[in-house]
Design a binder for this molecule. Structure first.
Ligand SMILES: Nc1ncnc2c1ncn2[C@@H]1O[C@H](COP(=O)(O)OP(=O)(O)OP(=O)(O)O)[C@@H](O)[C@H]1O
Ligand SMILES: [Mg+2]
Length: 454
């Protein structure tokens, strides 16, 4: 039976909510504060958490950012302030959905039913596991562009093996989804997939989180605790932000990977574990080694199979495919039929997406909320609609030299002034880029010297 945790500081509201949710066939627990919620989560991880956005001891969103809840829990925020801002913020932080108070009971019921069906699809126990492999999609990943086809090829090749995988890519490129897809396509798909964000757990706790501890091994350790490695037995452990793991722990991690056994803190008896590790980072791992943040031997052990995640702006029409996909999802969920205008699509396509798919998803969500039936360019954030004005506004009669100058300037701006990246995006060498920049500077200086004759 799916389990729901409801968190709200209004006891009357909370008990009415719990009754309602139980009436839908769920077990429930309730908490009035974040503190109590954390205690309950420690006892039993809920399938769904219904969380008020503002609680007496902090923001409901802290439960997401502090990683008290893993990815398996679907989080729905409830807010008394029916404003776009707080709802969008909650979704940005990774919530599945939001509800406005007073609650619409029909919507709550539909939402719970939807979340449970999604969970069953995602659950490793669900049988049989069907992994979508049609063109333009692999597992949980969407995209049909050549860089994605290449990525699918690599994931397909490495998934059935036991090799460790290191996913390298900027924020929002889909590393989490790629890790889950690797697991789904592996022989371990029916065993647990456990994510641990090494950057979000405090350095003092991470060792016991990973390896577990025996009672009395340190202050506060009053019970035996199984770590992630033991709990992920026969499954996959996803170590996110691996470069943030304290260096002394990296040594211990390497030893576990090499020996296949862990020792709980306070014990010297090794416990055999059969775990495949997938790690991820949004930094350059070799730079992390140079900076002394990552051990070289661990990097070599993990990057038996490195996979680079493509940037969204290098994925061409995937931008439109994903924008339509996210819009379809919202339309379906809300029972609407909103549509992009041609102009809005052009602007989405032209924007360089520094925040990658996550940013696109949020922009679609915001535009969806702002729009009535047609989603026009004015529903997009200013930077998105303006990028198109810089990049695409080319009329007949303009010289090739001028187009080149504008294109280079816009690409430079979009790459945050990074000339190497700019050259790569434009498909020219760095030297050619410098030549163009120098010559356009010279012609600009000439224009400034002789404005009257220009
Ligand atoms: N190829 C894709 N198809 C569909 N959705 C995607 C794809 N890539 C990313 N997303 C969505 O974009 C959001 C960000 O993806 P994800 O969390 O996997 O990125 P990430 O690389 O792990 O980012 P970070 O480095 O910030 O942790 C998620 O909501 C995810 O569902
Ligand atoms: Mg991630």
């Amino acid at each position: 039976m799916p389990h729901v945790l409801a968190v709200d500081d209004d006891p009357n509201f909370l008990s009415a909510l719990a009754d309602l949710v139980e009436g839908q066939g769920f077990t429930t627990q309730t908490a009035g504060t974040l503190r109590d919620a954390r205690v309950l989560i420690g006892q039993r991880v809920p399938d769904i958490a219904l969380v008020d956005l503002y609680l007496p001891d902090g923001k409901g969103a802290d439960l997401l950012t502090s990683q008290a809840l893993g990815v398996a829990t679907k989080v729905v925020f409830m807010t008394g302030y029916a404003d776009v801002e707080s709802a969008v913020e909650a979704l940005r932080l990774g919530a599945s959905d939001y509800l406005t108070k007073p609650l619409d009971i029909g919507r709550l019921k539909n939402l719970l039913a939807d979340l449970v069906s999604v969970q069953q699809e995602e659950s490793p126990d669900a049988e049989p596991i069907s992994v979508p492999q049609e063109l333009g999609r692999l597992g949980l990943l969407l995209g049909a562009s050549p860089p994605m086809q290449e990525l699918y090829g690599m994931i397909n090749r490495v998934a059935p093996t036991e090799a460790s995988v290191l996913l390298i890519g900027e924020s929002g490129t889909g590393k989490d989804l790629a890790a889950q897809t690797l697991h789904l396509l592996s022989r371990r798909s029916k065993a647990p997939f456990l994510p641990l964000n090494c950057g979000a757990v405090s350095p003092t706790l991470i060792e016991s989180e990973l390896f577990g501890h025996e009672p009395g091994s340190f202050t506060g350790a009053d019970r035996r605790h199984k770590g992630y490695f033991e709990r992920a037995h026969k499954g996959t452990l996803f170590l996110d932000e691996i470069t943030e793991m304290p260096i002394d722990l990296q040594v211990k991690l390497l030893r576990v990977l090499e020996t296949g056994s862990v020792m709980r803190i306070g014990s010297d008896a090794p416990v055999d574990v059969d775990v495949r590790v997938v790690a991820a980072t949004n930094r350059d791992p070799h730079k992390a080694v140079q900076d002394g943040k990552m051990r070289e031997d661990l990097l070599y052990r993990l990057q038996v199979f490195p996979i680079h995640m493509p940037l969204l702006r290098e994925r061409g029409d995937d931008i439109l495919l994903l924008a339509n996909h996210f819009l379809d999802q919202l339309n379906e969920r809300q029972g609407t039929a909103k549509q992009w205008t041609e102009d809005a699509l052009l602007r989405l396509r032209a924007y360089p997406w520094p925040g990658n798919v996550r940013e696109l998803k949020n922009v679609v969500h915001r535009a969806f909320i702002m729009a009535d039936d047609e989603i026009a360019a004015r529903c997009l954030p200013r930077e998105v609609s303006e990028a198109a004005a810089n990049g695409l506004n080319v009329q007949v009669g303009i010289s090739i030299g001028e187009i080149r100058r504008r294109l280079i300037a816009a690409t430079l701006e979009a790459s945050g002034g990074d000339k190497r990246k700019t050259a790569a995006l434009l498909g020219i060498s760095l030297k050619t880029l410098y030549n163009h920049l120098n010559s356009s500077q010279e012609s600009q200086e000439q224009e400034e010297e002789a404005p009257a004759t220009a």
